[in-house]
Ligand binder design. Structure first.
Ligand SMILES: [Zn+2]
Ligand SMILES: [Zn+2]
Ligand SMILES: [Zn+2]
Length: 190
């Protein structure tokens, strides 16, 4: 890992030093908020005084213990989107990471979304559905309403190669692909 933690930390500190209340979509109980406020102050001045290498070595020691809690915490702090491993790319269609060399024409797969699926016809044995994302019709036996549980029974809305080129993906209101922003990936790029 060759992150210059010091300059990263400094830019984060200067970016957020003007924020005096907690800034998040998540809520916290008053007592926890108070604790987080004081932790924020402590961490802000800690990062100002620490050398990048000290942080780096400490994180390596923490990781070595392979504890679930610290893996979770570090994965949130250093997400794959923000710190991609060499060779791994983020697909802007299905939002999975992939190695370009390992992909096949079926690597990138998206199921039909219930929000795009309407009922076309029904008989005693099942229902014909139409997906407006891909204009495919499919028949499901003993299923009367299409929900998330049934997605894996109905084939794919999209199947193809992963891509990191947003211009090659059709993001439409009635389409299956979501942008990284709508999918919540984009915060990692900031
Ligand atoms: Zn579809
Ligand atoms: Zn993909
Ligand atoms: Zn994404």
């Amino acid at each position: 890992m060759s992150i210059d933690t010091r300059s990263d930390a400094e830019s984060i500190v200067s970016k957020y030093s003007s924020i005096d209340t907690l800034n998040s979509d998540e809520s916290c109980e008053p007592q926890e908020c108070q604790y987080l406020e004081s932790e924020w102050s402590r961490l802000t001045s800690l990062l100002q005084s620490l050398q990048g290498q000290e942080v780096h070595r400490y994180l390596q020691r923490v990781l070595k213990k392979k504890e679930i809690r610290s893996i979770r915490a570090l994965s949130q702090l250093l997400p794959a989107h923000r710190f991609p491993t060499a060779g791994i790319i983020h697909c802007v269609r299905c939002h999975h990471e992939y190695y370009p060399a390992h992909q096949t024409p079926k690597s990138c797969q998206l199921y039909h979304s219930p929000r795009l699926v309407d009922i076309v016809a029904q008989d005693q044995t099942g229902t014909t559905f139409l997906c407006h994302g891909c204009n495919q019709k499919f028949y499901l036996k003993d299923i009367w309403k299409f929900t998330k549980e049934h997605q894996s029974l109905a084939g794919y809305c999209f199947q193809g190669y992963h891509t990191d080129d947003a211009f090659s993906v059709q993001y439409r209101p009635l389409g299956i692909a979501k942008t990284c922003q709508d999918n919540g990936c984009i915060e990692f790029y900031i």
